[in-house]
Design a protein around this ligand. Structure first.
Ligand SMILES: [Zn+2]
Length: 323
């Protein structure tokens, strides 16, 4: 055999070997990733507990809210999410009723970037009882906001499992949102006084039911205020987050727990939601129940949000910015 042809053969052989192992490791990786995703069974379990009748609609000051809190603390503990304060509870007074936010902490793994924080939040309180329908008076608040709470709890579990976030992350379940964003107002002020270096906040509200006929999976409030939606879509390589005109019309940016953080810190603090005013008839209604949730949809959304927030936590520069 001609020496050059021989060398050429060797070269092609090596190339194909390399490609083979590369393809193999890629498929192995995606299998590992699939097994490592947030599981639908977990999302289902958490949401069904939070929205169960036993919790009586999670009203501020109620035994039901206390049961929800103990359950969430147990999830945090099990998954090695630490309390950010002395305990998980950040207590405050909601118009004369003592209540609390729950604040879990996962420290950043990069010495310098660990000083920067991302807050992943959702309110876990609801309105307790509402107008009776067929003898049912418990407003279970499955979509509002057991769904968002389930996202935060699932994300905490997932981040703790990977445990490779460069920036630090706080996982917050807000109390007394339904009383006028009282929990988030309290915590935003407290963290501002402590000089927390906040990079961004991603809040979750009503993500249990898919949007009606939209080219994106969820919308973000305050869409035009920052490049957060664009960056999230870039990070997950999909049209995950879009602009919902109704969200702007009804000023939803100012109506959830992201708002007090934006006011205190003036950094991107926004809410991801899939409630579009046409896809769910049970807002603050006793029929807002777990049976109405689309768990497969929710789980997919949570997994994509995990990828997006994981990238946010690890980029060298603060890529998400206000316009
Ligand atoms: Zn809500």
């Amino acid at each position: 055999m001609n020496r050059y042809i021989y060398l050429l053969f060797i070269f092609i052989f090596c190339l194909s070997c390399k490609q083979h192992t590369r393809a193999q490791s890629k498929s192995e990786n995606s299998e590992i990733l699939a097994a490592d995703r947030v599981q639908i069974s977990y999302v289902d379990n958490v949401l069904r507990f939070l929205a169960s009748d036993e919790l009586e609609g999670r009203d501020t000051g109620s035994k039901g809210l206390e049961k929800a809190a103990q359950y969430i603390e147990e999830q945090f503990k099990q998954h090695d999410i630490l309390p950010y304060f002395e305990t998980y509870r950040d207590t405050f007074n909601a118009k004369g009723v003592p209540t609390y936010n729950l604040v879990g902490y996962l420290e950043g793994k990069d010495k310098a970037l660990a000083k920067e924080f991302i807050i992943v939040g959702a309110h876990f309180d609801h309105i307790g009882k509402a107008k009776a329908v067929d003898g049912d008076t418990i407003a279970n608040g499955a979509n509002d906001n057991a769904a968002g709470s389930t996202a935060v709890i699932s994300l905490a579990k997932q981040f703790a499992k990977y445990n490779n976030n460069k920036r630090s992350i706080l996982f917050v379940l807000f109390g007394a949102e339904e009383k006028g964003l009282l929990g988030s107002k309290h915590l935003a002020q407290l963290l501002k006084e402590k000089n927390l270096n906040l990079y961004a906040m991603v809040n979750f509200e009503m993500i249990g039911v898919p949007l009606n006929d939209k080219p994106y999976k969820a919308y973000i409030t305050g869409y035009e205020m920052s490049n957060m939606a664009t960056k999230i879509n870039e990070y997950v390589d999909a049209t995950l987050i879009g602009f919902l005109p109704k969200a702007k019309e009804f000023q939803l940016f100012q109506r959830s727990d992201n708002y007090p953080f934006y006011k205190q810190f003036n950094v991107p603090c926004q809410t991801i939601s899939t409630f579009d005013f046409t896809n769910y008839n049970y807002y603050h209604h006793v029929d807002d129940e777990a049976s109405e949730m689309d768990f497969e949809f929710m789980t997919g959304l949570i997994n994509q949000c995990f990828s997006a927030i994981a990238t946010m936590a690890n980029t060298i520069n603060r890529e998400v910015r206000l316009h």
